[in-house]
Ligand binder design. Sequence first.
Ligand SMILES: Cc1cc2nc3c(=O)[nH]c(=O)nc-3n(C[C@H](O)[C@H](O)[C@H](O)COP(=O)(O)O)c2cc1C
Length: 165
Amino acid sequence: MQTMEAIRARRNVRKYKAEAVPREQIERLLEAAMLAPSAVNSRPWEFVVTDKREILQRLTEAHPASRMLLTASWAIAVCGRPDLQPKHNFWQQDCAAAAENILLAAADMGLGTCWCGCYPAEPRTSEVQKVLGVTSVPVALIAVGVPDEAPAQKGFYDPSRVTFL
Ligand SMILES: Cc1cc2nc3c(=O)[nH]c(=O)nc-3n(C[C@H](O)[C@H](O)[C@H](O)COP(=O)(O)O)c2cc1C
């Protein structure tokens, strides 16, 4: 798939087939994440990945808009490490770039994903942090699975939001 095709094909999918996504595919998504740009190449992130039903269930209790994790095959938590970027405060943006790379790589592979935002919303960020057992900052929980729905495209090009100077 060409890059622009993957960008057009990507949707947030909230219903998945009861089919396991192999770990090797998840590792490709993590490779895509870690190929994202980061300020001064500080790579201020870490990733917590699970396919354990019990943990997925607890994540849905910690995050109020993540029920799709109940049918997802995996969750990938993109967590920020501000300690790796002491002179700057771009870690949230770096994590968002990594998250978007996961979504696009997944679309390219025919997988469905849903981005569930954490930081800076509270108490979900602290609650997700507790479930994951990390001190890094959860920025996004990404559900990954084999899609069982094909939502309509929501994004569109809006020239009124563009100024050419
Ligand atoms: C920062 C961020 C946080 C989001 N949080 C949630 C969430 O908690 N739960 C959810 O179901 N979708 C969440 N979404 C997905 C958006 O609702 C979705 O991207 C938007 O409706 C556009 O749909 P599309 O991605 O299919 O084009 C989030 C998206 C972003 C970028």
